[in-house]
Structure formats: C-alpha cells, structure tokens
Design a protein. Structure first.
Length: 615
C-alpha cells in the first residue's frame, strides 16, 4: 500500500524527507510528514491509495487529540468488523480507512492489537504521552520493515534505499549476511545486505523508548497457533478437510478483494494461482484482470502461457500476457537492480509482470505460499523419506554404517539420508556449499555453517511434513519470495496480496495431518480436492514444475557483455577470488551457459556498484 520511514532522536526532518523521496515509487498518490521538535521524532509516508482513497486517508495520521501518530503500510482486511467493535467501546472515526482502525486498536489494546489484525502490515506509531515508538510487522513478513541505530538516532524504512538516502547509514556490506547469500541467493533475515541494518522479523513488535532502549516481542507462531485446530481435525477424513478448507479459502478471498480500486491477479498456470483466480471470479461475479509472463524465444525453459490461458479462459478473465525477451531484460537491467533493493536470485519474474500490471492496477492477488503450506515441493517427500530412515536406524553413525553396506544403485539421496535434519535443509536450495564458498571469496568471512541457520527452526513434536513446511515458511518464503515480491511489485506502485497466507487459512493448513497433504495421489492433495471444481482438467494432469526464467540463456546472450564487465570490476574483486573470476570470465567469453549462481552473484556485484556499497 505505501512506503513508510521515520527517525527517533533527530533535530530536524531532513533525513526522513530524503528517505520518503527515495521511496516515491511505493506511494505516488500522496505524501506526508510529521515532525515533533520537542520529542525529536519525524515520520514520513508515501501513499498508494487503495482503501478510502479520499484525503481522509492521508498519513501520517493522528488520533486521540494528537497523542498518537501513525505511518502504516499494508491492509487490514477485517478492519470493518474491528471498527464496529471499537465503536461499541466508545471510539469514533472520521475516515473510512483501515489506518484509523489500527490507531484506535492500539489506543484500546496496546501492543496486543496486532493479534486481532487479519492482513499484511508494517507500521510505526509514536505515542506523545509516553514518548515511545512502536513498530509492528505482520505474521508472515509480507510487508517489510528495516531499522538501524546511528549515533543515537533510531531509523526505520520500508526499503534499504530509503535508509541509505537518509545519509546516516553507511553503504557497507554485511559480511556475515554475505556468507548466507552466497549459499542461498538471498539475505537470511533478520540480517540484511547492509552492515548494521536489521529487518524486523515477521510476527514481531518492537517498542523504542526515548532513552534508546528497545524491547522486541514475537506475538505469533504458526506451529503454536495451529494447535487450536487439534480437536476439530482429530480423525478428519479427506472430503471433510477439503470442504472446510474451501470455506476458509472463500472467506479469505473475499477479504483480500476489499479495496476501493480495481483488483486483479497474477496467473502463472499453476494450481495455486489458478485457484485464486477461480475463487475471485466466484466471489465477485465479474471478469478478473489477470497477468502472466512468457517468452518469445526458444530458451529451453517451460513457457507456462498455455496453462495460464486455460485458467483465464475457464473464468473468462481479461488476460494479459507479458512477453519477454533477453534484449529487453538487458535494456532494463539497471531498473531491475534498482528495484530489487538488496541482492537476490529471485524476483525478476515479479518485476516483469508487475511492470505490465502496474499500468492499470494497484492491487494484484497472488498464490504465493501454497507450496510451503500444502507440501508442493518435491523435497517434502525426500525429507519424509529421511525421517522414516531416522526412525528405522536412529543415530547418524548407525545410518552411515548401514548405508556403506548398500550398493549405491539401490540407495537414492545417500548424502541426505546420512545427514542430521538441519543439515538436510541446508542441502535443499544451496547454490554453493560451505566448502565451495571458501574457494569463492577473496577475503575472510564469518563462516557459520549453513546448517546452523536452520537448527533454531527445528521444532520438537512436528511430523516431517509439518517440519518442512515450518522451515520453508520461516526461511525461503520470507527471505526470498515475499521480500522480492514486495520490492519488485512496489517498484511499479503495485500491491501484491498473497491470499493463501491468510493466517486463519495457514493455521488450518499447518494443522492438517500429513497424509492429507502428501498422499499416493500426489502432493497438495487436500488443496487440490478443495478447489478441484475450479481447475481445468489439464492442470490436474500436469506434473509439478516450478516457474523458471531463462537466466542462463540471457547471461550467455544479451547480458553476456554486462556480466563480463561486472565480474571484471573492483566490486567483484573485493568479494570473489581471482581463480573464480577468471573461470567465470572464460565461460562468458566462450559463450558457455553459466550456472544459476552466476546470476545471483551478478545481482550482488551490480547492486554494490549501483549503491556504492563496499565490503
């Protein structure tokens, strides 16, 4: 919905004004500034008007005779019901915005107000009476919020480029986060690409006092919250689970379509996005505007346009295909790097489709989260096999001894089966192993094993499917998919709403028995059963394939010169070892297709060059 920024401990508003200017793309409709010289606090806002698009929704917004001031990014889908409840408690409203409801809820319930919100949000509220600043982020981290402390000044913003624009944050790479990035192609939260800048974690609130002390609280956890469904789901059969899930999905879709502007959708041609469009069509009874990405060249990757058209035709959607070629990507590569905000392997597809959708829409619904919640990835089964092996043989040493006696042709995933659970997760999405990274880099880095980043996410008592879902939701989804989707879509003033991450739907899905998600019929069984009537038969027969961009073809073709220049730069030499750089340049010169990790490392180098970031 918006871009927010603020500073606590400043003598003027200049830094915050600069931060909001740097994020104008997040809110081209309006902007505002609040500054209290006595309290030394400044709040800035860029507005993308979606709910109550009148001037009544202007921010920063005041409440309770000016005691509270808020800057808010996101949407509270149940704001109308909360407003009725708050009115019964004596609160009055002058707008029809969800922002004012957030303010009243904070005035009534304090920090616990976030537990009542159904939506996606990142906001800051200044309390003049108590001289405190309160920050909050939604349960899954759909909306971003970065913060840093410099010389006694507490700063926050929706994007890193906002913090850099303040002039108070040094453009220096976080070398500890770099070690994780080289492994995964994204910065593992709460660390960021910038040293000393932290991302407020999902489902977390933070209270900052005038004396500089802070207090953080995690208010929700999907595994803990899902236990409320235990009794209802005890012994539930597949048809009953699908019926209950369908009702929750229909409710979530109606809520996610609340807006005072037109709402469209991304349609990839997969189960999740097609189901979302079908649910939208049923809820509204109107034609839905849909957008998908395809390629006008033979790149060796699956072009999903045909499958997207099946869904669009089924629901009579007003469908737009975004046709992309490598020359176009090369032409707009600087825009891509600028939009990503911090380096990432992912996000290019969202950048491309959002550029088209943002020309006519402000809101697009998405199917993000379906694979993580309903066991859509192939490795859910692989890790399930690993858990079964653990039950048979127990200790890691016993497993290794047993596997040594079995010929390799009879044992799949030998390395995975002999690993600890945390080590298994570290193997799933790795671009470069810990050993490989030691040879890649040109300088000493904090070499925390990748498995150590997963160890804190191991939850006692979860079955292997739920454990995998938990890790995917807390790592890949938040570090890569959601962060990139927000940055890339908001670069084109487009808000993305992931319907399947409605927290009520998520809690129910997480609590379902594993046999309803992964069965002999395939992965995501319960979700498919719940929306089967909405799906074209061809999608049900199609094997699971992830969306893929022809990054390797682009690097070997239209982007080859750009990549050669980047890997010859001082920025590249400040990170990577000469042997790796020479090998990469030789591959590019010979026209050999580079590995996907080269795209990830290219994004890192080009981001450093664009923002003048040093190691």
């Amino acid at each position: 919905m918006c871009g927010i920024a603020g500073a606590f401990g400043v003598d003027d508003s200049g830094a915050v004004e600069a931060m909001t200017r740097a994020m104008a793309h997040r809110g081209p409709d309006d902007h505002g500034l609040f500054f209290d010289a006595a309290a030394r606090v400044a709040l800035g806002h860029r507005r993308l008007s979606i709910i109550d698009i009148s001037s009544s929704g202007h921010q920063p917004m005041a409440y309770a005779n000016g005691r509270y001031q808020i800057v808010f990014n996101g949407e509270i889908y149940n704001f109308a019901a909360l407003r009725v409840e708050l009115e019964a408690l004596g609160h009055t409203f002058v707008s029809h915005s969800d922002t004012e409801v957030v303010l009243a809820a904070y005035a009534e319930w304090g920090a616990k107000c976030v537990e009542r919100f159904r939506g996606m949000f990142a906001f800051a509220i200044f309390d003049r009476e108590r001289q405190t600043l309160f920050l909050a982020r939604d349960r899954f981290g759909i909306k971003p919020l970065y913060f840093a402390t410099r010389n006694g000044v507490f700063l926050f913003a929706s994007e890193l480029k906002g913090l850099l624009a303040s002039g108070l944050v040094e453009p220096r790479l976080d070398r500890d986060a770099l070690w994780g990035y080289l492994s995964l192609g994204s910065m593992p939260q709460p660390r960021t690409a910038l040293a000393g800048v932290t991302m407020l974690e999902p489902a977390t609130t933070m209270l900052i006092r005038r004396n500089g002390t802070t207090e953080s609280t995690r208010y929700w956890d999907v595994a803990e919250a899902s236990t409320q469904w235990t009794e209802e789901l005890r012994g539930i059969d597949a048809p009953s689970a699908a019926k209950r899930l369908r009702a929750l999905l229909e409710e979530a879709t109606r809520l996610h379509m609340i807006a005072d502007v037109p709402v469209g959708a991304f349609l990839s041609g997969g189960i999740d996005s097609t189901a979302v469009v079908g649910l939208m069509s049923q809820a509204s009874g109107q034609r839905i505007r849909t957008f998908s990405v395809g390629f006008d060249e033979d790149t060796g990757v699956v072009d999903e346009r045909r499958f997207a058209r099946l869904g669009a035709d089924r629901f009579n959607a007003e469908h737009t295909e975004v046709i992309v070629n490598g020359n176009e990507v090369a032409e707009h590569f600087d825009d891509l790097v600028r939009a990503i905000d911090q380096p990432s392997l992912d996000g290019t597809n969202t950048f491309l489709v959002s550029r088209a959708a943002g020309k006519s829409l402000k809101v697009a619904l998405s199917g993000l989260g379906g694979d993580e919640l309903f066991a859509g990835y192939a490795h859910f089964r692989r890790l399930q096999r690993g858990a079964e092996w653990d039950r048979w043989l127990g200790a890691k040493t016993l497993r290794r001894r047993a596997l040594r006696r079995v010929p390799g042709r009879f044992v799949r995933d030998r390395e995975l089966l002999t690993a600890t659970v945390a080590e298994r997760f570290a193997m799933l999405r790795v671009l470069s192993s810990d050993a490989e990274k030691s040879r890649l880099v040109s300088r000493e880095l904090a070499q925390t094993s990748l498995a150590a980043t997963y160890a804190p996410l191991m939850r006692h008592g979860l079955d292997s499917i739920a454990q995998t879902s938990y890790v995917e939701l807390r790592r890949y989804l938040v570090d890569t998919l959601l962060r990139d989707a927000d940055a890339m879509a908001m670069a084109w003033s487009l808000e993305v709403r992931p319907v399947l991450l409605d927290h009520v739907v998520a809690e129910f899905a997480f609590a379902l028995p594993p046999s309803l998600k992964v069965s002999a019929r395939g992965n995501k069984a319960v979700l498919i059963d719940a929306v089967r009537d909405l799906l074209p038969p061809e999608l049900l027969q199609r094997a699971k394939t992830g969306f893929e961009l022809p990054l390797q073809s682009w690097l070997a073709g239209p982007l080859r010169d750009r990549a050669r220049d980047a890997f010859s730069s001082d920025a590249a030499r400040s990170i990577f070892a000469e042997p790796f750089l020479r090998a990469t340049l030789d591959d590019l010169a010979a026209g050999r297709k580079p590995s996907l990790r080269i795209w990830s490392y290219l994004m890192l180098v080009e981001w450093m060059r664009m923002y003048g970031v040093t190691p």
